[in-house]
Write a protein that binds this ligand. Sequence first.
Ligand SMILES: Nc1ncnc2c1ncn2[C@@H]1O[C@H](COP(=O)(O)OP(=O)(O)OP(=O)(O)O)[C@@H](O)[C@H]1O
Ligand SMILES: Nc1nc2c(c(=O)[nH]1)N=C(CO)CN2
Length: 198
Amino acid sequence: MTPHSDPTVQPVPTSVVEQVDAADTTLSNPQRAVISLGSNLGNRLETLQGAVDALEDTPGLRVKAVSPVYETEPWGVEPGSQPSYFNAVVVVKTTLPPASLLERAHAVEEAFHRVRDERWGPRTIDVDIVAYADVVSDDPVLTLPHPRAHERAFVLAPWHDVEPEAQLAGRGPVAELLAGVGREGVAPRVDLELRLPE
Ligand SMILES: Nc1ncnc2c1ncn2[C@@H]1O[C@H](COP(=O)(O)OP(=O)(O)OP(=O)(O)O)[C@@H](O)[C@H]1O
Ligand SMILES: Nc1nc2c(c(=O)[nH]1)N=C(CO)CN2
């Protein structure tokens, strides 16, 4: 048989080769990602802790830092129309490529019975990928950095607490973005704490 006559061997499209190569690089080289957690239904602190623990239980992911908890006014909706949120940010190191990290974020949301009905509706848990390494992408399935992170004090304030020098790719230093939006409606809950998994 000549090398090219095996009918079971199909040419591999370049796009697949590129994706596999990218995943391979990620596997041997953990990337830093920033994840935002929010909850405004049910036991908000317990749910945030459950999400942190579920992230840590993910193969190929380690939680490196957990921010303080903030109580925040609902953003993007009529004032007084929803309960206040608890928000926090976690910094992780992961060998998962971005799409797999998003899948895991959705699985964590489902585990906490998140219901998607209205845009920016109240939710037991929201797990957003704020940033993944320095990746910039306008793919609507996974936009990186998160397209609204730079204007959300409920993301910037807890992120700044754990990484004061952080930069949001394409937007600039988190400290400057936070100074620009201000801290109105975003109050630290110093009486509460999320545990970094052991
Ligand atoms: N960086 C990202 N993190 C999480 N989801 C994203 C991101 N970029 C795009 N998405 C897509 O957005 C879709 C809607 O997400 P979700 O329901 O969490 O929105 P939301 O929390 O109501 O609003 P917002 O996106 O303003 O935080 C998801 O199914 C996901 O595919
Ligand atoms: N304060 C606050 N407001 C929000 C939040 C959130 O986590 N905190 N999440 C939203 C959709 O992701 C919409 N509005």
